[in-house]
Ligand binder design. Sequence first.
Ligand code: SF4
Ligand code: SF4
Length: 69
Amino acid sequence: MAKNWYPVIDYSKCTGCLSCVEFCPHNVYKHEDGKPAVVNPDNCVEFCKGCQKGACQYDAITYYGDKNK
Ligand code: SF4
Ligand code: SF4
């Protein structure tokens, strides 16, 4: 869906709460070794910021393609 838009995790801020993995309904994330991994970036919906706004409380998610970050 969105090759020009997908989440990028700042692992220096990520606590491994895994809210983003549970939040996203498009299987963009996968749980790997206690941290989220972006395994299907093409599944991310362009301009969606659901996981940043709705899941991550630690400011660890930004988006490749986001010019406003
Ligand atoms: S931005 Fe939306 S579609 Fe993309 S990973 Fe987050 S919740 Fe899923
Ligand atoms: S919601 Fe944020 S802090 Fe929690 S696992 Fe995802 S990126 Fe890390």
